[in-house]
Design a protein around this ligand. Structure first.
Ligand SMILES: [Zn+2]
Length: 322
């Protein structure tokens, strides 16, 4: 009887998000720890996925795969970005988020080597990529779940011998003016050059950065402007930029994000009125009369609430793997 009950639960749960809502486990018979018990589907448990993924100190021994979506997925066979290299240092080592899909790790090494060619730059300080097996996190990001997102500090590295302690305590550089409408004097042509190199890489899908930086790029880019299309304004992102890669070729089960409407409709570089919105209405929303009946808000479950039933089924295997 018990076995049947479990089976039924896992079958429904496999429909996952988008289909029927996965039921919560109503029985206490599912043992979650130790996770290595592969015979039991972990997805029948109520335990939050971020706890399960946060407990993994090392990548799974599987062939590399980014599974699911940027904000609902996991990472098989992750590679580690070494804490220090010839042109980079990983920051906030205590978080253990210097893991990614091997293609991301290669990209970061290459980008840092190009950054090191900028006058005054020793390379790059790299912030969060993903946890060893990706997945939702206990703190911070909604995305960064399948090893294809990375935060790169806007802090100009002049040396690459930061101690562990310094990598915890240093803060990155803010390039946004107090008014939030323009960049400040920390912004430089070198930042623009590095962003251009990153955006021109065919493996890169998009790059998030504070709107004032995108506005600066729109106003100051001469010649080829195609790469500007990949630079997307987003709140926050005034001390780092966020590189999102496309799904590596031939990877089934990895979903690349659709291009946003703004990108298609404005001729490609994203330097139109919608960009100005970030420094006008976004900062100073026009007052609207409240309607009598407020629309009921759709409840959105954040990544921190996900259980394994919310994630692609292969993520069970990623957790259970050695
Ligand atoms: Zn990020």
């Amino acid at each position: 009887m018990r076995v049947h009950h479990l089976l039924l639960l896992s079958l429904v749960a496999a429909c996952g998000p988008g289909g029927q809502k996965a039921p919560k486990a109503t029985t206490q018979t599912v043992v979650v720890a130790p996770v290595s018990a592969t015979t039991i589907r972990i997805s029948t448990s109520d335990v939050k996925a971020n706890k399960l993924f946060g407990a993994k100190a090392k990548a799974s021994r599987q062939s590399p795969a980014a599974i699911g979506t940027y904000a609902k997925g996991c990472l098989a066979g992750g590679a580690v970005l070494p804490e220090s290299g010839p042109t980079w240092q990983a920051m906030r080592l205590s978080r253990n988020r210097n893991w990614g899909h091997p293609e991301m790790i290669t990209f970061l090494k290459e980008l840092s080597a190009k950054a090191a060619q900028q006058p005054g730059w020793a390379g790059l300080y790299i912030g969060d990529i993903s946890q060893p097996r990706g997945g939702p996190m206990l703190s911070g990001h909604q995305s960064h779940q399948m090893g294809l997102d990375a935060d790169i500090w806007l802090y100009k590295p002049t040396r690459l011998n930061l101690s562990r302690g310094e990598r915890e305590s240093l803060s990155s550089t803010n390039v946004r003016a107090k008014s939030q409408r323009t960049v400040n004097s920390n912004w430089s042509q070198q930042h623009a050059n590095i962003l251009k190199v990153a955006a021109q890489d065919p493996r890169v899908d998009r790059i998030f950065i504070t709107a004032p930086a995108k506005i600066w790029l729109c106003e100051n880019t001469r010649g080829n402007r195609k790469w500007l299309q990949k630079i997307r304004p987003l709140y926050g992102h005034n001390t780092h930029f966020h590189v999102r890669m496309k799904c590596p070729k031939g990877l089934k089960g990895c979903v690349t994000q659709k291009p946003t409407v703004a990108q298609i409709s404005n001729g490609g570089d994203g330097c139109d009125k919608t960009l100005q919105w970030w420094v006008t209405d976004y900062l100073n929303p026009p007052k609207v009369k409240p309607s009598k009946k407020p629309k009921p808000k759709k409840k959105k479950r954040g990544a921190r609430q996900y259980t394994m039933a919310d994630l692609p089924r292969q993520c069970d295997g990623v957790l259970a793997s050695n």
